[in-house]
Design a protein. Structure first.
Length: 115
């Protein structure tokens, strides 16, 4: 089982990034997916979630209206489109999947928002 995030980078405030989460070794389309983030000195924060078939999505308060979560179950990949990035979005972003109490985490990808 693997979840591999990519797409993290250094970006200026107001910029955009798209993170990807490539899944392998399990039936991705059967799992709900979410993105979390962890910034230095802060607790892990829920960013966004999407149901297994993509019919339901929700967002953390701090990213609502700026971030969009999506998934492509044919490609076994999840995405997080991040727009209007702010310095406070700086964190390591983790992909997470869960189904019936079975859960997997990715290794994380660093996003730094700085001028």
């Amino acid at each position: 089982v693997q979840l591999v995030e990519s797409g993290g980078a250094v970006v200026q405030p107001g910029g955009s990034l798209r993170l990807s989460c490539a899944a392998s070794g399990f039936t991705f389309s059967s799992y709900d997916m979410a993105w979390y983030r962890l910034a230095p000195g802060k607790e892990r924060e829920y960013v966004a979630g999407i149901s297994s078939l993509g019919g339901s999505r929700d967002y953390g308060h701090s990213v609502k209206g700026r971030f969009t979560i999506s998934r492509d179950n044919v490609k076994n990949t999840g995405y997080l489109q991040m727009n209007s990035l702010k310095p406070e979005d700086t964190a390591v972003y983790y992909c997470f999947v869960r189904r019936h109490g079975v859960a997997y985490w990715g290794q994380g990808t660093q996003v730094t928002v700085s001028s």
